[in-house]
Design a protein around this ligand. Structure first.
Ligand code: MSP
Length: 634
């Protein structure tokens, strides 16, 4: 039996401008998913491309003093270059100006016309060139676009119409019967209410523009840009072309990744076209959120865009990919700032992952001249690390199957942090000092094996970093890089490392973001207090004895504060796992009035730094050494 297929697509981007990080986001998500599916053994097809037609493109070309074709060709080359830089490995680069697509679209149009699902009538309406969208006058009394708020043009002309209304009921039934058809769930509800409010037929040709695909049997009409663009996903595989082998093999698409602003075209117009043609519908359409800059959608026309090429040149491609996939929960909007990116690089990539690799490889080099010998019996620390690796891999896979890379990466990082903690617990330098070579070998093997797991799991998001980790661990056998090898202990006993450079260098925030600007920012402050005010706080060392999750955000800890145990709730579940809390010496405000949170009493507060916003993590204030519980803190 052949491999299972997986067909995933990005939107085809308008060639009216250079692409920005918001566009790149969609392609990076798609690429990560495509890579994940390849890793899981699927026969993957990944399409991206360019939407070359439309009135906006025509106008921009005119402004640039170029023919539309020259104009889009130039931008298409830039897009290809961007995907190379972002390490996005597409299989098909689709362009709507390709002759085979033009022919296929004309055939599709004719087929629907002959079937009676396209008919000619008089059209009167309002059109937004920016969004390439028609509106009914009744829906837009102030003649402003409902999406971008720009002024609308009045259009009155003879048009061909697509009988979309005919398919509303069938579409509603399909949505009900296929829970994954529109994701995320809350977007599905928006689309369903839109459908239920009544679907109208839609004008699908224009006589006033030239830059598009002419209707072959009535060439003064040019096909509406969305009616030409949506079928690209199928014509790229050969639908209405000369050879439809690939179409038969890969269609229906498994996922169309699209921005939430174009979800309606993909979940209503495109499926209605397919229903009219009698072709299968895509299995799933996922609407992603927007990358925001200071709370507003990043877009060329607003002039608030970040150039992805500049960003990758400054911070490296994998760091940018990691940031996009980790920071912005799929489906939600997310702020994209350089500061948040730098914080992620320093905390997650340099501190956690990079540090784990450099200390592991460094110790193997130092203590065993680059080769870890056979190992000895296991300890309870080993079991705990093995368990974490196993459960993190399983949970990460489950999350990636659902396209939830934020959750997947959180799980993978739980494993990486557990391994760093394991180093502190096992103290390899002490083992070396005491000449416990067997135990030391075991510790280093465990770390190398955890890193091999991490490298496999992060490879869809950070292919280069993953390759570098394998290289430094001396792993060249592809079997040991495969998903099937995610089993603790598969790494052969003898590890031959190849020490390399720093995986992710720490970034100096001031230098990267312009020190002067930051220095002038006032430090937020509260009114002065006296020492007597301060003395009102009863701060003590607390030792966390037990901890569990009380909600998505809250951890519930039992803390020994010297002679008594307090139950304290803290909003830190996003940054700490309950098992990582146990044993920590924290600073507790013991005389804070108890309150009830989520039905649990909280009798005090533990101190931590950071607000947890903009990507910067919350970090607990811990106490050095081992003072007994209850020791006063001044
Ligand atoms: N050409 C159409 C798509 C046709 S698909 C058959 C189009 N092109 S676009 O270039 O305007 O947008 C492409 C994608 O970029 C859309 O999914 C859109 O949501 C996405 N983004 C544009 N700005 C964005 C952000 N600021 N953030 C995230 N995605 C954004 O629409």
């Amino acid at each position: 039996m052949g491999k299972k297929t997986f067909y995933i697509t990005t939107p085809i981007y308008y060639m009216s401008n250079k692409l920005h990080i918001g566009n790149a986001y969609c392609t990076v998500v798609t690429d990560s998913m495509a890579r994940y599916k390849k890793l899981r053994g699927y026969d993957v097809k990944f399409l991206t491309g360019t939407d070359d037609h439309g009135q906006k493109v025509e106008r921009m070309a005119q402004k640039a003093g170029k023919t539309p074709q020259d104009f889009v060709d130039g931008l298409a080359e830039l897009s290809k270059n961007l995907w190379d830089v972002m390490n996005c490995e597409y299989d098909i680069f689709m362009r709507t100006t390709q002759p085979f697509h033009i022919k296929a679209c004309q055939k599709l149009f004719r087929t629907l016309y002959e079937k009676g699902d396209i008919y000619k009538a008089e059209y009167e309406g309002l059109y937004c060139i920016e969004c390439e969208t028609f509106f009914r006058p009744a829906n837009v009394p102030d003649k402003l676009c409902l999406d971008c708020n720009r002024g609308l043009d009045t259009v009155r002309e003879e048009s061909y119409f697509f009988r979309q209304s005919k398919y509303a009921d069938a579409l509603l039934r399909h949505i009900e019967q296929n829970p994954d058809f529109i994701r995320p769930e809350f977007r599905k509800n928006e689309m369903v209410s839109f459908l239920k409010s009544g679907l109208e037929d839609i004008a699908v040709t224009r006589t006033t523009i030239k830059w598009g695909i002419p209707v072959d049997f009535d060439p003064k009409h040019v096909i509406y840009v969305w009616f030409d663009a949506l079928p690209n996903y199928a014509t790229a595989l050969g639908l209405f072309g000369e050879d439809d082998t690939e179409y038969k093999k890969y269609w229906p698409a498994d996922v169309h990744m699209v921005g939430k602003d174009i979800l309606r075209f993909h979940t209503i117009l495109w499926p209605a076209m397919l229903l009219a043609l009698g072709e299968p519908l895509p299995k799933s359409i996922y609407g992603t959120g927007f990358l925001l800059s200071d709370g507003a959608k990043m877009s060329k026309s607003k002039g608030n865009v970040i150039d992805p090429i500049e960003l990758t040149q400054k911070y490296g491609v994998d760091a940018v990919r990691y940031f996009l996939m980790r920071e912005i929960a799929l489906g939600q909007d997310g702020n994209c700032t350089e500061l948040a990116l730098v914080n992620r690089i320093n905390a997650d990539l340099a501190n956690d992952l990079g540090n784990l690799l450099s200390r592991t490889v460094g110790m193997i080099d130092k203590y065993f001249a680059g080769e870890v010998p056979e190992t000895q019996s296991r300890t309870s620390f080993d079991d705990s690390l093995t368990e974490t690796c196993k459960s993190s891999a399983a949970k990460a896979a489950e999350a990636m199957d659902q396209l939830d890379f934020t959750e997947a990466l959180t799980e993978i990082w739980a494993m990486i942090r557990r391994a760093n903690k394991y180093v502190d617990e096992t103290e390899p330098w002490v083992l070396h000092r005491n000449n416990e070579q067997g135990a030391l070998a075991r510790v280093l093997y465990m770390l190398a094996e955890t890193l091999r797991h991490a490298s496999i799991l992060v490879s869809p998001v950070m292919p280069q970093a993953s390759a570098e980790i394998f290289r430094q661990l001396g792993i060249y056998n592809d079997k040991l890089k495969s998903w099937d090898s995610l089993e603790f202990g598969k790494l052969p006993a003898k590890v031959n490392i190849e020490k390399g450079g720093t995986l992710f260098p720490r970034i100096d925030v001031k230098a990267a973001l312009g020190g002067a600007e930051k220095e002038n920012e006032p430090v937020p402050s509260l009114p002065q207090i006296t020492i007597d005010d301060f003395a009102k706080l009863d701060l003590r060392v607390g030792i966390i004895k037990e901890c569990e999750k009380a909600s998505d955000k809250l951890l519930k800890s039992q803390i020994d504060i010297g002679g008594q145990t307090r139950q304290i709730l803290s909003g830190i579940a996003e940054w700490y796992k309950p098992e990582d809390m146990v044993g920590k010496r924290v600073v507790v405000v013991t005389n804070l009035k108890p309150i009830k949170l989520r039905g649990f009493m909280s009798e005090g507060m533990i101190l931590a730094s950071g607000e947890g916003t903009g990507g910067s993590p919350v970090r607990l204030v811990t106490v050095e050494g081992d003072p007994p519980a209850g020791t006063g803190v001044r």
